[in-house]
Design a protein around this ligand. Sequence first.
Ligand code: FMN
Length: 245
Amino acid sequence: MSVFIVGIVGSPRKGGLTSRLVKSALEGAREKDASVELVYLVDYDPKPWTPEHGTAPEELNELMRRADGYVVGSPVYYLDVNGLTKNFFDTVDLGDSNGKPALGIAVAGGTGKGLVLAVKTIYYYFFCKGLRGLEPIPVSRFNFDEALKDARRLGALLAEKASEKRPFRSLEERIAYFESLKYMDMTMLDEMMLLARQLFKTSPRSDNLEEARRSYAKATGLIEEGRRLEAVSYAVRAYELLYYR
Ligand SMILES: Cc1cc2nc3c(=O)[nH]c(=O)nc-3n(C[C@H](O)[C@H](O)[C@H](O)COP(=O)(O)O)c2cc1C
């Protein structure tokens, strides 16, 4: 029997970047013979949690309980997931989700800031629900094409993993699992450095390139020496030279 993967789009813009990435992940899953369903949260309009109103629409809960694995995509608003996605997290009933695999994608389509911080929020939710997060996908406009490919590859992996639920047996195991995931230890400084690396790859034809490289190298050295606060100005300089080139 084929596995069932649900892809969640947290952006209210159905034709936006989030939707394209979630669709790419579902295509990957379909290549592995998964049956898939795309869900636009805006169609279900989950409300904020209140004591009187504690659960998402039952149709959505039911779909989520049936799924063997999840793709969750959110746009980045003010360095975090948007309200629609958070309302979904706060109110959806996944049933017994411990050990199901999940893939999280966050898209910072403006300056890029928040791409990692927001994807961490998604993975903290996975942690709470015992979902086994695959490698997170932090996305900006600068790595978008590569991220589409990553989404497809990881969507295929998700379908493979969804055939067998692997429940966590202890809190220790769950914390260790999430501590080991890529990006989970990153702060704003690391995010600036990641964005600078993404911008270097977008082939800038710029007079600023050499200075940006020097600032980036200086920041790298300071970070290696544990002088993180001093590294901030060099990291920001590198980012801004490339962003406003
Ligand atoms: C309220 C609001 C806050 C935003 N904050 C950020 C931000 O912190 N960082 C960023 O890179 N983009 C930010 N954006 C831009 C969105 O991330 C961008 O439009 C993204 O493409 C939205 O995803 P979508 O295309 O799927 O709708 C913000 C947009 C809105 C509406």
